[in-house]
Design a protein around this ligand. Structure first.
Ligand code: UD1
Length: 376
C-alpha cells in the first residue's frame, strides 16, 4: 500500500510519529513523507523530528508562513505534481492545520483516498481556522479515525457514513508513551533554573483570538504577572506571540532560550521547547494554562490540572474524564481560577477509553485490512 503522509506544523509531527513508526514495521506499506514547511524554524520543526525520531521527509514543500489562502494554495500547488508522479493508494493527514486541509483537497481532486487521523472533533466555533479545516477535511475523507466518542457522534450528525468512522484512540498519547523513558530523563528544569521538585505552572498561548489583539494580549500578560506573584510561570513563547509581545508590550524582557535571561516578574519566558522538554515540563507542573488543543489531552493523560483559556473545546472528554476546565478567554478569570485550582487540584476520574499507546497500530491494521479487501 503506497501511502503519502503529510505533516506541516508542530502538532502534526507528534501525531504522525507513531504512525510512521507503525508503518515502518509493516513490509506491505510503502510510505512517503511530505513536510509542507508550514513550520520551518529549528525549534518548531527539526527539533521535533529529532525528539520523535522521525526520519527526514522525502519532500519539503517549503511553503512557510503567509495568509491562510496563500499557505493552503501553495501546499496544493506544490503537492499536486508529487501526488501525480507517486500516484499513491492513500494520503494520510492528521489534525486540523492548514496543511491538513490543503493536502486532503489535493488528494481527493486526484481521486486518491484520504485518511484523517483525529477526525470529528468540533468546537462549534467557526471563527477558529482549525474548525473550518476539520469540517472540510472530514467531509471529504474516506477513513475517519476518531480519538473520542464525541468525534463519532459529531460525524454521524454531519451525515458521514458510519462505515467510514473508526474509534481508535489517540496517537498523541502513543507518542507520549513511546518516548516516556526519554522525557523522564529531560533536564529541562535545571536548564530553566528550577530546582528538582519545584512548584511552577506552565503557560502556552498562541490562538489568534487571544494574541492578535493588543488589548487582549496585554491584559493576559498583566493577569499572568499577577498570578506569577503566587507561583512561577514558565511560558514557552510561540513565534507569533513573540512578535506580538515585542510589538505591543514595551519593557517586557524578550524571550530568551535561557530561563535566567528570560525572567521577568516571576514569568520565565523561553523560546519554544522541543517535544521531550515540553512534555517533561508539563508532567512535573502543578498547573497548565493553555489555549492549545493537544495540550489539554497531554495534561489530562499526565494527570496535571489544566485550565483552557478559550470559550470552547473540541476535546470534551478532557473535561468529562480528565483534568481540564474551560475557563474562557477573559484574562480577569485567569488568576482566580488558577488559585482555586492550585488550592484544590482536580483529579482525573477515569482512564480514557483507548488512550493506551496503541492507536497507531489500530489505524495501520484498519488500513491493511482495507488493502486486503480491495485486493481480494
Ligand atoms: C498553526 C496552526 C494551529 C496550531 C499551531 C501549532 C493553522 C491554521 N494553525 O498555527 O492550528 O495549533 O500551528 O503551533 O494551521 N512562525 C515562525 N516560525 C515557524 C512557524 C511560524 O516564525 O516555524 C510564525 C510566523 O510569523 C507565522 C506565525 O508564526 O506567520 C504563525 O504561523 P502559522 O503556521 O500561520 O500558524 P500557527 O499560529 O503556528
Amino acid at each position: 500500500m503506497r501511502i503519502v503522509s503529510i505533516v506541516g506544523a508542530r502538532p502534526n509531527f507528534v501525531k504522525m510519529a507513531p504512525l510512521i513508526h507503525a508503518m515502518a514495521r509493516r513490509p506491505e506499506f510503502s510510505p512517503t513523507l511530505v513536510h509542507t514547511g508550514q513550520h520551518y524554524d529549528q525549534a518548531m520543526s527539526e527539533q521535533f523530528f529529532q525528539d520523535l525520531e522521525i526520519r527526514p521527509p522525502d519532500f519539503n514543500l517549503e511553503v512557510g508562513s503567509g495568509t491562510h489562502a496563500l499557505q493552503t494554495a501553495q501546499v496544493m500547488q506544490r503537492l499536486d505534481p508529487i501526488l501525480e508522479s507517486l500516484n499513491p493508494d492513500l494520503v494520510l493527514v492528521v489534525g486540523d492545520v492548514n496543511s491538513t486541509l490543503a493536502a486532503a483537497i489535493t488528494a481527493v481532486k486526484r481521486g486518491i483516498a484520504v485518511a484523517h487521523v483525529e477526525a470529528g472533533l468540533r468546537s462549534f466555533d467557526r471563527s477558529m481556522p482549525e474548525e473550518i479545516n476539520r469540517i472540510l477535511t472530514d467531509a471529504i475523507a474516506d477513513f475517519l479515525f476518531v480519538t473520542e466518542e464525541s468525534g463519532r457522534a459529531n460525524l454521524l450528525k454531519e451525515g458521514v457514513d458510519p462505515a467510514k468512522i473508526h474509534f481508535v484512540g489517540n496517537v498523541m498519547i502513543d507518542a507520549l508513551q513511546a518516548s516516556r523513558d526519554r522525557w523522564e530523563r529531560s533536564s529541562v528544569l535545571q536548564t530553566l533554573g528550577l530546582a528538582p521538585g519545584a512548584t511552577y505552572a506552565v503557560l502556552t498561548l498562541h490562538r489568534p483570538s487571544n494574541v492578535d489583539d493588543a488589548g487582549r494580549l496585554t491584559s493576559f500578560l498583566e493577569a499572568i504577572e499577577t498570578l506569577a506573584r503566587h507561583i512561577p510561570i514558565v511560558f514557552p513563547v510561540h513565534p507569533r506571540v513573540k512578535q506580538q509581545i515585542i510589538r505591543y508590550r514595551h519593557g517586557v524582557t524578550e524571550p530568551a532560550p535561557s530561563g535566567d535571561r528570560g525572567r521577568d516578574k516571576g514569568i520565565i519566558y523561553v523560546d519554544p521547547l522541543g517535544y521531550l522538554d515540553f512534555v517533561a515540563l508539563v508532567s512535573r507542573a502543578r498547573l497548565v494554562l493553555t489555549d492549545s488543543g493537544g495540550i489539554q489531552e497531554e495534561a489530562t493523560f499526565l494527570g496535571v490540572p489544566c485550565l483552557t483559556l478559550r470559550n470552547t473545546t473540541e476535546r470534551p472528554v478532557t473535561v468529562t474524564h480528565g483534568t481540564n476546565r474551560i475557563i474562557g478567554s477573559d484574562p480577569n478569570r485567569l488568576v482566580d481560577e488558577s488559585l482555586k485550582t492550585l488550592a484544590d487540584p482536580s483529579r482525573p476520574n477515569r482512564a480514557l477509553p483507548l488512550w493506551d499507546g496503541h492507536a497507531a497500530e489500530r489505524i495501520v491494521d484498519i488500513l491493511d485490512e482495507s488493502r486486503r479487501h480491495a485486493k481480494g
